[in-house]
Design a protein around this ligand. Structure first.
Ligand code: GLY
Ligand code: MN
Ligand code: MN
Length: 445
């Protein structure tokens, strides 16, 4: 945990932007996998972690905006808990670690909620049905109305990382480097993807943390969220690995590398790898406070369109192609997103509220609409840069049949790339006053 004063200051700042009433930040419960006592690895809610750092189930935080007092709500440990789980800190001891003023029982929380006018209870959007159902019961409501004031206040705080948060992210990136280098050093023809993904998942747990998101490790990198690990690696294929761990304090790393299953890339793979690398470099060089990330996404899209035009897979004016969205056949996702306590930081609070604002609105165009972060960058933000090029046979067929963007795409020449799969390169950066800095150690490409 960070110091108690860190959490006190964060809570004060969050509460100061909410006018009146009672702020409730819900912690998570254990989550059953196949029966009640056989649970998934516990993951605390990130907003709760941000406000008090306590990584234990069954707790909630309340802040009374009139008195300014904070309360940690939960059930006290009984002898039964101690028999099965060993000695546990008391609620008061946990509250002290986070500088929380007082403690209360679950009943006290319900009483407090029931005596507060419903529209003065400020809570965040629950993403687990268990917490949503609890809230409905406590507030005696069938529809929940999360607090816009509180959502905006939390986003305004969590968007700018403290130096100690960067230190945690760097710890996650150190271990994530080992995970990626393991795949680089051990992938070979005849192996099953799961022989690699299993080791990577194990490594993620070696320092008290866990995976930050499910491992993508596949010879079918063109399937963007591919969690299947049953293929046998074959000579000539690429293996795309998108995985990262979270530190013991739950700060995430999110790294993608693409390796040849053999010792070197084919000339076709080299050509595409070079374009993705150029798009990555162009984007990184453009990172700076005041630059809209949407424009950096478009810049790296232009590098991709230029490269694919030189290769003969696209045609016409690359800038016009990007404007029309034709390059998105090969680069259908966004350049990146904020990262922190969540791999897609604060996505539970609303993607558009985190990544966009009144100045820059989300596009509806295929490709660009998947960009999670479009707003102007500011010092202290942490984000990913992750351009990629993919050959998705079903999408190429559909666009060709529809004659979509036929002035910009050489469908005939794309056929030689049908079995290519995909390449993505992803790193994590902090925005600094002068531009940006790579978070974590260099991970070989
Ligand atoms: N690992 C998920 C992503 O790159 O956004
Ligand atoms: Mn990412
Ligand atoms: Mn990723």
């Amino acid at each position: 945990m960070f110091s108690a004063s860190t959490y006190q200051e964060r809570r004060k700042k969050i509460a100061s932007s909410v006018e009146n009433g009672f702020v409730l930040i819900m912690g998570n419960e254990e989550s059953p996998k196949n029966y009640h006592d056989n649970v998934y690895n516990f993951r605390q809610d990130s907003n709760f972690l941000y406000c008090c750092g306590i990584d234990k189930p069954g707790l909630h935080l309340g802040i009374d905006l009139n008195s300014g007092l904070s309360t940690l709500y939960g059930a006290e440990i009984t002898i039964d808990h101690i028999v099965w789980m060993g000695e546990q800190p008391s609620l008061r001891e946990l509250a002290d670690q986070a500088g929380i003023d007082q403690v209360g029982s679950p009943k006290d929380l319900v009483k407090k909620l029931r005596e507060t006018a419903v529209d003065l209870v400020h809570f965040l959007p629950p993403y687990r049905s268990l917490n949503a159902n609890k809230l409905k019961e406590w507030l005696q409501l069938s529809e929940l109305q999360p607090s816009n004031e509180l959502i905006k206040s939390v986003i305004a705080c969590r968007s700018y990382k403290e130096e100690q948060e960067f230190v945690e992210m760097e710890k996650a990136l150190e271990l994530t480097r080992e995970m990626h280098h393991y795949v680089r050093d051990h992938a070979k023809p005849g192996m099953k993807e799961s022989e690699l993904s299993g080791v990577v998942a194990g490594l993620a747990q070696t320092q008290g943390g866990d995976l930050a998101y499910p491992v993508i490790l596949t010879v079918n990198g063109q399937i963007l969220h591919n969690h299947y690990h049953g293929n046998i690696l074959k000579s000539g294929q690429l293996i795309l690995g998108d995985f990262g761990c979270e530190s013991a304090m739950r700060y995430a790393a999110d790294i993608t590398r693409t390796w040849p299953v053999d010792d070197s890339l084919t000339s076709q793979q080299k050509a595409i790898y070079q374009i993705v690398g150029d798009a990555h470099t162009a984007a990184v060089n453009a990172l700076a406070p005041g630059r809209a990330y949407r424009d950096i996404h478009l810049l790296s899209s232009l590098v991709i369109a230029n490269g694919l035009t030189e290769l003969g897979l696209m045609k016409g004016d690359p800038a016009e192609a990007v404007k029309a969205g034709a390059h998105a056949l090969f680069f259908p996702h966004g350049l990146g997103h904020m990262i922190g306590l969540d791999v897609h930081d604060m996505e539970d609070l609303g993607e558009d509220l985190v990544g966009y604002n009144d100045e820059i609105k989300r596009s509806e165009q295929f490709g660009l609409r998947s960009l999670r972060l479009g707003r102007k960058l500011e010092t202290g933000m942490a984000l990913t840069v992750e351009p990629g090029i993919y050959f998705i046979p079903q999408l190429m067929d559909q666009w060709e049949t529809e004659g979509k963007h036929k002035d910009f795409i050489n469908y005939a020449d794309c056929k030689a790339f049908r079995n290519f799969s995909g390449i993505r390169l992803e790193d994590n950066y902090a925005i600094t006053e002068k531009g940006s800095r790579l978070l974590g150690p260099v991970i070989s490409k």
